[in-house]
Every structure is written in C-alpha cells, then in structure tokens.
Design a protein around this ligand. Structure first.
Ligand code: MN
Length: 473
C-alpha cells in the first residue's frame, strides 16, 4: 500500500452541478440554509461562481451575483470558495482589455473568492497570463487568492500526450498555483487519465485537480484511476445533483476511498444530511420540468461526436427556431469539420457556441461559409488567440478575404475599457461591481439595474414606463 494521501474534493453543487442539470437556476435563498453544514465537511473548496451563474442570476433570477457571492462568503467561515473564469473573456463571450480582467479578479477576491480556475477555449496560455498575474498580485499583497490554470481537455490529432505534458510545464512556468484538467464533455477515459496524471506529475510539482462530467458514463472510473495515479483533487456533486451531465457523486467517491490511503475522512452522515436537504429540490425540478430525466442517463453520443451537452441543447433550439430539426445529424457531422477549419480548438464556451452556430449556418444555407457569424470572422482574424492547429486557408480567403490577421496576444491590441464602460452605465451605478456586470452582459445588466431600482422604489417593473424612463410610484 502507498503512504496515506487523503484525496480532496471540490463540491460543485452551487455551480456546475446545477448548471449542468437545471440550466443554472438554483436561487441564492435555496443555497443559504445548508451552508452551515457544507462548511463542516472539510471540502477542498466549494465551487459557487462562474459565467453561467453570473448570467443566469441577472437574466432569469433577477439577483445580483455579487450579492450572492457576499452572502456565500459570510456563511462559509472555513471553506474556500472557487470560481470559473474564462481567461481574457472573463465570464463573458468576447476578449476584454487587461484593465477589465484586473478589475474583475480584484473584485472577485474582494467579495469572497479564494480559488480562481482560469481557462481559455483555445488553451492559448497568453489569454490566461493577465488573470494569473492579477491574482498573484493580490496574493502577494493580501495573502488571499489562488490562480488555478485549467486545460480544456479535448481529443484530436494535435492533442497528444506530449502536448498536455508540455502545457503542464508551461503552466508552472507562468506562475499558477495549481493545474486543472477540465474535461467539460466527459471525454477522458480511465486509463488515459491514469497515464496523463502520472506523466504530468513527473514534470510538475503543482497540485493537479481533475474535473469531469458523467455524460459518457466513465467518470467514476476515471476518478478512480486518476486518484491511483496521484491526482490531488477531484470535482464531485452531492448525490441529488450528481451523475448524468453533472459530476460523480460526492458520497460515492468518499465511500470508494474509505479505508484506503486515499481516505477523504469526510463524515458520511453529514453528507447524507446535505443530500437530504437538496433531494426535495431535485424532486421539485423533476416535477416542473427544469430537470429533464434525459440528461440523467448515459449519452454515448458524446464520445462519438465529442460535443458538450450544453452545446447540443443550444444547437437543437437553433434548429427548432428554423423549423429544421430534421437537419440534426447533418449538423452533428458538420461540427467536426468546422472545428477543423477553425484550427481544431477544444469545444468549450465560447468556442463551442461559435463552432456550433457556424455548423448550423453551413448546413441551413446549403453552402459552407456562404454566411459567417461575426464571431467566426473574429476567430479567423485571430482575435480569440492562437489555435493549436493552423486554420483552413481556403475558409480564411472566403470569409475574410484580404484582411490582415492577428498573431500577437489579442488583448495587446485592446485599449483600456473601464472608464468608457463606467461612463456608459453611470446612471445605474450603485457599487463598483455594477460596472463589471455591465461590461460582461450590457443589455442583461441594464435590465437588471432597472428592475433593482424599481424594487427599491417599490414599483412593479411590469408597469414601469421603461422607454421614457418614468416610473409610477
Ligand atoms: Mn464542467
């Protein structure tokens, strides 16, 4: 038996679990009553914030995501809080200037985040450096803040074991505190995980965390092999919101390693109480349709098409809108071709949406790239960064003929934005953080600000004369 090495768990119930299963709709008031108990488990961290939680809070729940974060911080006295951060895209869908990245990192930590998991949809490390630097600056100043760099795991000709090992070395060199292998579509199979962790451990001293989804049905076995190979932390979800398109269940992993050198030491009775708390909410979500039993099973197509679940559901709704649901399999076949044309990037926000939408266009228009989205054009221009493989020259010539392409770090060409953003939204500003909400989701944030103001003035926003800025009192 190897020497004792308790495995650590990041609990995802407050972020990825409900993002993956119920479209990120869990409200703050449902989270708060269970925080006390969650705080006693001894989790490595609780993941609770990211792009989708931020967007859904403002858009659908009419909540201030910053306020949620502060409330969670208040409640979690002993547990680290973790967030997901899209590199230079922050929590949004386009590259931002460095001053916005710096400000967002600073405010995230100031409002309660400890660990920032930073990824880029192209694995272009230049797009991660500013966020890592910003985190390290705060860590040096205040002793809080941990920059975790995540590699978006994917399959393809370019993604050899040498590629991943080389990336691990570079992540250590760039000043990160830990590495995450982020397998958003559940593509990492058990023996591959074993090999990858072993080889990474041989080249880096940084702790390695593994994040996967149960979509393809292998996740539990993948964790088992990864733990045996020396992984330090695994991402799990408490059982009522585990499995399917979410993570392996926390209690199952805790039980798996009990009495072994990897024993987490977590209290199963305490975990059972936490599960008891979330189970009625799961039942409620099943009853009202928010939780679709379809996402709870094994979807082996994910291994065939390598398309993350969220991207598939987006695609289906785009086809529905066009009354073209019969084109589903044509689009599925087009996706890997578009991905190749665009330099074979991983499929994760925002590249997943860009590739998916372009594939839908290519099929519906009856001619490939007859129409290209602005985002496809920007990818071809190099504005999202460098892909691991070159992009298709024929497609470049057809979509952006004669245009100059960017080869530098894209944010080097962006001038500071904070001042301009603030001046655009000044009338709504009640806290510095509002400028950042506006930066990420301009329209959605303003709608929320109007709602917030109406609430504060006790006005029914439905009756407000938004157009003329007049509110009946
Ligand atoms: Mn995930």
């Amino acid at each position: 038996m190897p020497e004792a090495k308790p495995i650590k768990i990041t609990e995802t119930i407050l972020r990825d679990a409900h993002q993956s299963l119920i479209a990120t709709r869990m409200p703050t008031e449902l989270m708060l009553p269970i925080i006390d108990k969650m705080d006693k488990v001894g989790y490595n961290s609780v993941e609770c914030w990211g792009g989708a939680t931020f967007d859904a809070s403002l858009r659908f729940l009419k909540e201030d995501p910053w306020d949620r974060l502060r409330k969670l911080r208040d409640g979690f006295k002993n547990t680290k809080l973790q967030m997901l951060f899209r590199g230079q895209n922050i929590l949004g869908y386009r590259p931002y200037a460095d001053d916005v990245v710096d400000s967002f990192v600073e405010k995230s930590i100031a409002n309660g985040i400890d660990i920032i998991r930073i990824f880029d949809c192209f694995n272009d490390l230049r797009n991660l450096q500013e966020a890592v630097n910003a985190t390290n600056k705060i860590k040096a100043r205040e002793g809080r803040g941990h920059a975790q760099v995540a590699l978006s795991y994917t399959l393809g000709d370019a993604y050899t074991m040498e590629y991943w090992i080389d990336m691990a070395k570079k992540i250590e060199e760039m000043g990160a505190d830990s590495i995450c292998i982020k397998d958003m579509a559940g593509l990492l199979v058990p023996y591959k995980a074993s090999e990858m962790i072993r080889e990474m451990k041989a080249v880096t001293k940084l702790p390695i965390q593994l994040h996967t989804h149960y979509t393809s049905g292998v996740a539990g076995m993948t964790y088992l092999k990864a733990v045996e190979a020396g992984v330090d932390v695994i991402d799990c979800a408490i059982s009522p919101f585990a499995m399917g398109t979410s993570q392996p269940a926390t209690e199952v992993m805790v039980e798996t390693f009990k009495g072994t050198p990897y024993d987490t030491g977590y209290d199963q009775n305490l975990l059972a109480e936490i599960a008891d708390y979330f189970r009625p909410y799961r039942d409620e979500c099943l009853a009202n349709g928010l939780l679709n039993p379809k996402v709870m099973g094994v979807d082996i197509k994910t291994l065939l098409y390598q398309v993350p679940g969220g991207m598939l559901s987006n695609m289906v709704s785009q086809l529905k809108e066009q009354n073209a649901e019969d084109k589903y399999y044509d689009v599925l076949k087009e996706i890997p071709k578009v991905r190749k044309d665009l330099g074979e990037p991983p499929l994760v926000t925002p590249s997943s949406q860009i590739v998916g939408t372009q594939a839908v266009f290519n099929v519906l228009m009856g001619e490939r790239y007859k129409m290209a989205t602005d985002q496809t054009k920007d990818v071809l221009r190099g504005k999202y960064g460098q892909t691991v493989k070159p992009m298709n020259q024929e497609v470049i010539d057809k979509v952006i003929p004669g245009e100059e392409r960017i080869t530098c770090r894209p944010a080097d060409l962006l001038s500071n934005e904070m001042e301009k953003l603030e001046s655009e939204m000044a009338e709504w500003k009640q806290q510095d953080e509002d400028v950042l909400s506006y930066a990420l989701f301009p329209q959605v944030a303003v709608d929320f600000f109007k709602y917030r103001q109406a609430q504060q003035e006790k006005v029914d926003p439905a009756k407000a004369d938004v157009k003329n800025g007049a509110y009946p009192v």
